[in-house]
Design a protein around this ligand. Structure first.
Ligand code: IPM
Ligand code: MG
Length: 369
């Protein structure tokens, strides 16, 4: 059988630094576990714009469609803020999501024991937390038409975006959430604003339909998204799987991320329909952004990106035990007290660097054999 193939898109800011640490893990699998990945690399975001005048070259897009999985670092930076919307770094990422049709974005928020004290919430609220946000990723207000900034009738302007969801778009992401719940604690909470939005009413009805017809064994509840945000910080352990739309999912997943102590810890998987080889179309990326303020300083935490690779092992390559090996290695390093700067308060001693964290995780992998 051919080696599994990966396209690595480090992107901007701290993206290349954290991805260099993921490379160490990928190489470790070749050297120590006999799993050799065919790795190619490309540009996305601001760096692609600098080189090609577009945040995603067509050749890179085509390559992303061919490989088994794409690993992405982060995109964006202040120097691109004034670019036309169509040229912004974020458009490269959004094009990948849309053209690969990666409709289900899995964002786990897990609180590692060693970090429970570091969350801004009380320890008892977050200790042992393990929830999964499933965010719809290819539709809604991110992509709905009409959109744009137009002149209005009063000599001013009007900015328009459109929230739009179809039955099929809602049902397929709902199925992803129910499937995940069956392998976890069998609970799904769906979040929308059915009290003010017609698209929210449809969302609620379609999720309920999928439940009643296909997953009656899973416990389903519905919540308005604003209440959901409040419940996430009040008592997050009430949730197992949360399913929600693109925009609410963007906001709620940042909120959930902070429960775990740092945005530098959170991985994500974006999955689409199965390809000819049975593997889903897939892109893996950390939830954090490009953090231009710390780029090049060695302060970045590579764990979110490394855990994203662990998700690739689990969801693309059916290597759940190996994914757990990587996750346990991260757990061990944290339990040993090693911390990058984002995981420390001012009084907590000396942080280790991005590369030192990567090396420590490789050492923990070696110790796991
Ligand atoms: C995310 C990010 C992106 C989004 C940006 C970078 C386009 O915030 O993945 O959560 O809004 O989806
Ligand atoms: Mg976001």
């Amino acid at each position: 059988m051919a080696n599994p193939s990966l396209l690595i898109l480090p992107g901007d800011g701290i993206g290349p630094e954290v991805m260099a640490e993921v490379r160490k893990i990928i190489n470790w699998y070749g050297a120590k576990r006999g799993v050799t990945f065919d790795v190619s690399e490309g540009l996305v975001g601001g760096c692609a714009y600098d080189k090609y005048g577009t945040p995603l070259h067509d050749d890179t897009m085509a390559r992303a469609q061919e490989v088994d999985a794409v690993l992405l670092g982060a995109v964006g930076g202040p120097q691109y803020d004034t670019l036309d919307f169509s040229l912004k770094p974020e458009r490269g990422l959004l094009r990948l999501r849309k053209e690969m049709d990666l409709y289900a974005n899995l964002r786990p928020a897990q609180c590692f024991d060693a970090l429970a004290d570091f969350s801004s919430l009380k320890k008892e609220v977050v200790a042992g937390l393990d929830i999964m946000i499933v965010r719809e990723l290819t539709s809604g207000v991110y992509f709905g038409e009409p959109r744009g900034i137009f002149p209005d009738n009063e000599g001013g302007r009007v900015g328009i975006n459109t929230q739009r969801y179809t039955t099929n778009e809602i049902r397929r992401v709902a199925r992803s959430a129910f499937e995940l719940a069956r392998r976890r604690n069998n609970k799904v909470c769906s979040m929308e604003k059915a009290n003010v939005m017609e698209s929210g009413v449809l969302w609620r009805e379609e999720v309920q339909w999928v439940h009643d017809h296909e997953y009656p064994d899973v416990a389903l509840s519905h919540m308005y998204a604003d209440n959901g945000a409040m419940q996430l910080v009040r008592w997050p352990k009430q949730f197992d799987v949360i399913v929600t739309d693109n925009l609410f999912g963007d906001v709620l997943s940042d909120c959930a991320a902070m429960l775990t102590g740092s945005l530098g810890m959170l991985p994500s998987a974006s999955l689409g329909a199965p390809m000819a080889n049975g593997r889903p179309k897939a892109l893996y990326e950390p939830v954090h952004g490009s953090a231009p303020d710390i780029a090049g300083t060695g302060k970045a935490n590579p764990i979110a990106c490394i855990l994203s690779f662990a998700m690739a092992l689990r969801y693309s390559f059916d290597m759940g035990a190996e994914a757990a090996r990587v996750e346990n290695a991260v757990q061990k390093v944290l339990a040993d007290g090693l911390r990058t700067a984002d995981l420390m308060g001012p009084q907590d001693g000396t942080p280790i660097s991005t590369t030192e964290m990567g090396d420590a995780i490789v050492a923990a992998l070696n110790a796991s054999l």
